[in-house]
Design a protein around this ligand. Structure first.
Ligand code: CS2
Ligand code: MN
Length: 404
């Protein structure tokens, strides 16, 4: 009885192939139909094409990441009706094809946010870094977001100003592009020719959330779940929301999947176990007040998928993605509660005890520098993470068995 080891594959455009992934020790694939525009139906035919391709490499398609949520759903626009109908159709089609776990997120405008995608660590590997003052400088001085000053302390504003004054034009552009293009590529893709255009588009996207506070966003989330979860139940599909990354509000946008209080709300608003969680330790671990093994235990029965990696938080509010078993997240403690949950599921006859895990992001290292990859998704760095997690699982299982 093993946890299902998976790696993410970004489809045909991913510079890393299924043939390469098949050699890493992963048995399963996490992917999406990236060629279908957000909001449109995933047909059985399209799902099966990808499923068959994956299976031809001796792998299985275990998790969809992501069946993305159109911004109109998060904003609660009237157009959400049709988009949610399409979402329900995709859920149904995935269920029919035997793909029963769907990861998605409910972060407005942004997905994960970092200021530096290539932070070099002492050993020469590269990690992704979030510099709090630089993010504030981006918000206040590069974006010039209206009302941005209200969201920072005087000390933060002074630090942001000092940082900004030292930046060259190229550096400013690079930071804006890192933050905007990376996050936006997860929304709609394209940015135009005009240099300033990404900033203009981005500000417009932010402005569309004027008047949408935490309560309103929760209402819109609740509405979505009330429509989709009954279909998920009927077709044996589990939805698994990914936590906010980082787990706190950014750019004046509310974030509602960050803390135990949020999970409590999520469970209360839609108690069905098909309304589940992607337990991402790297994201949740970017807050020191999130006790990960405790949160996991409280919501274990609705964790359908896991992203496992660590985060190193610095005193000044910065953080970076640490080695998988390192630093602020105690992955051994988390692995132990995962295994206990797996045993509990087995005992109580639940069929979904081989929970899928993936190493989430990885450091760029060694041969990764000779090969293209999406930010956070190099081959060797993730292979290393997967191997470490597999060893941890076997070690903890061995210890638990010898105790009993
Ligand atoms: C993912 C996120 O790449 C990642 O780190 O965790 O981009 C995203 O939030 C998830 O895919 C869920 O939609
Ligand atoms: Mn994650």
């Amino acid at each position: 009885m093993e946890l299902k080891k998976t790696l993410r594959w970004f489809g045909e455009k991913d510079p890393i192939s299924l043939a390469q992934i098949a050699q890493t020790g992963a048995k399963g694939i996490v992917t999406a139909l990236h060629h279908i525009p957000n909001g449109e139906v995933w047909s059985v035919e399209e799902i099966l094409k990808t499923k068959n391709k994956i299976e031809s490499h001796g792998l299985t398609w275990d998790v969809v990441e992501s069946l993305p949520l159109h911004e109109d759903i998060k904003k609660g626009k009237p157009s959400r009706y049709k988009i949610i109908e399409n979402y329900k159709e995709s859920v149904k089609n995935l269920g029919k094809c035997g793909i029963s776990t769907i990861c998605y997120n409910f972060m407005p405008v942004l997905d994960w946010a970092r200021t530096n995608l290539k932070y070099t660590l002492k050993n020469g590997t590269e990690a992704m870094y979030f510099e709090a003052d630089l993010f504030a400088a981006f918000d206040i001085y590069i974006l010039e977001r209206p009302n941005a000053l209200k969201d920072y302390t005087e000390k933060q504003i002074a630090a942001a100003k000092a940082l900004y004054s030292e930046l060259s034009k190229d550096e400013i552009k690079a930071i804006a592009y890192n933050i905007i293009v990376v996050t936006q590529s997860f929304i709609d893709g394209a940015v135009g020719e005009d240099e300033k255009e990404p900033i203009k588009i981005f500000l417009k996207l932010l402005a569309e959330y004027d008047g949408i506070d935490k309560e309103k966003l929760r209402d819109n989330f609740s509405y979505f779940l009330s429509k989709v979860i009954p279909v998920a139940e009927e077709f044996g599909v589990n939805l698994a929301v990914h936590p906010d990354d980082p787990p706190y509000p950014l750019l004046g946008l509310p974030r509602i999947v960050s803390t135990p209080d949020d999970f409590e709300w999520l469970t209360r608003t839609c108690p069905s176990l098909n309304n589940g969680i992607t337990f991402c330790t790297g994201s949740l671990g970017a807050r020191t007040d999130n006790n990960l093994p405790e949160i996991f235990k409280d919501y274990a029965d609705r964790v359908h998928f896991l992203h496992l990696r660590s985060t190193k938080i610095l005193d000044n509010g910065d953080f970076y993605e640490a080695e998988h078993l390192d630093e602020n997240v105690n992955l051994a403690a988390v692995m132990q509660v995962i295994i206990e949950e797996q045993l509990r599921r087995k005992k109580t006859g639940r069929l979904d005890y081989n929970i899928a895990i993936r190493p989430d992001h990885g450091h760029k290292m060694l041969d990764d520098f000779n090969r293209k990859s999406n930010p956070g998704y190099p081959l060797i760095g993730r292979l290393k993470g997967l191997a470490e997690l597999s060893g941890l699982e076997i070690g903890i299982k061995h210890l638990l068995q010898s105790k009993n």
